[in-house]
Write a protein that binds this ligand. Structure first.
Ligand SMILES: Nc1ncnc2[nH]cnc12
Ligand SMILES: [Zn+2]
Length: 334
């Protein structure tokens, strides 16, 4: 087994790293009802047929998140796990609206996650940033209101994203919220082409001004879009184990589009999406694709370098981290 190369993780929902054991512990701590307090039994219910069937369980579990300490514990668990497995930098999504709808103050969400990030950096050197995702299923007006309400915390997050139920919620609905984000100098990304077709990717680029596409698998159906993504080197954050779990890719990893995307010259990286639900963290995703797709060490190196290139880190830092990837490959004789 190849040791894990240094990588950046750019597509993970911090709420998606809420392990069943922590769901149970927080439910007990906060006096929240759960259908079962047996973590194994809870996990046995994680059987998904599509994105929505996952989201229903993911949002239900998030009712246990109540206090700043809960957000600190969640952030710390992920960052500790990530740092131990080669992640040098993480740009983490968080679903602010889920928590405010559950009666949690913005201060608790930002305070807990920021404290976890600061402490992880001091203890392991991992750097992390936050990206506020608007929830599609709550609509465009709610996104605009969320954007305005979050402005007092503008210095705590580097960008905005768009997630939750994709079909029926095209990017165009969120143009106003993304317009405000752009005028605030925030980075912009969006989930697109996970379940919906290439037209959602076009809209995300043209109407929301996004710099990166999350998933983007279905962009491959449109040759003109593939040409644009390649020519402009717009990053796609691909999540192989998520695609298998949510049936947005064929059931066998061997049939995943990743090699075709690489062959097209697309700037793809590997990410975990929701590691507590889809069978593993970013290192598990790398292990799965390396074995399942028979990738060469050089191809794995390209994916690791792409993760830094696709990040919002300063250029000099990107270059030095890419050099570390090449040095690690060379040291391993590959
Ligand atoms: N894979 C995914 N797609 C859309 N919204 C999400 N929220 C958490 N994970 C998600
Ligand atoms: Zn996602």
């Amino acid at each position: 087994m190849m040791p894990m190369l240094p990588v950046a993780e750019l597509h993970m929902h911090i709420e998606g790293s809420l392990e069943a054991e922590l769901v149970v512990a927080l439910a007990r701590r906060n006096g929240i009802d759960l259908p079962t307090y047996d973590a194994t039994e809870l996990k046995n219910r994680y059987r998904f047929t599509d994105l929505q069937s996952f989201l229903d369980i993911y949002y239900a579990n998030l009712a246990v998140m109540k206090t700043e300490q809960d957000f600190y514990d969640l952030g710390t668990a992920y960052l500790t796990r990530a740092a131990a497995s080669g992640v040098r930098h993480a740009e983490m999504f968080f679903d602010l609206q889920t928590h405010t709808q559950n009666g949690v103050a913005q201060e608790a969400v930002f305070g807990g996650l920021t404290a976890a990030i600061d402490e992880a950096r001091a203890s392991s050197g991992i750097t992390a940033e936050l990206i506020l995702c608007f929830l599609r299923h709550l609509g465009g007006e709610a996104a605009t209101e969320t954007m305005r309400d979050a402005l007092p915390f503008r210095d705590r997050f580097i960008g905005v994203g768009l997630d939750s139920s994709e079909l029926g919620y095209p990017p165009s609905l969120f143009a106003e919220a993304f317009g405000i984000a752009g005028s605030e100098g925030l980075h912009r990304v969006a989930h697109a082409g996970e379940e919906a077709g290439p037209e959602y990717v076009w809209e995300a680029l043209d109407l929301l001004g996004v710099e990166r596409i999350d998933h983007g698998n279905r962009a491959t159906e449109d040759p003109a879009l593939v040409a644009r993504l390649r020519d402009e080197q717009i990053p796609l954050t691909v999540c192989p184990l998520s695609n298998i779990a949510l049936k947005t890719a064929p059931p066998e990893l061997a049939d995943h589009l990743l090699p075709a995307m690489l062959a097209e010259g697309l700037l793809v990286s590997i990410n975990s999406d929701d590691p507590a639900y889809f069978g593993g963290y970013v290192d598990d995703n790398f292990a799965a694709i390396t074995a399942g797709l028979d990738l060469s060490p050089a191809q794995v190196g390209v994916l690791a370098e792409n993760s830094f290139t696709s990040s919002f880190l300063p250029e000099r830092q990107k270059e030095s981290l890419r050099r570390e990837v090449r040095a690690a490959l060379a040291a391993d004789g590959r």
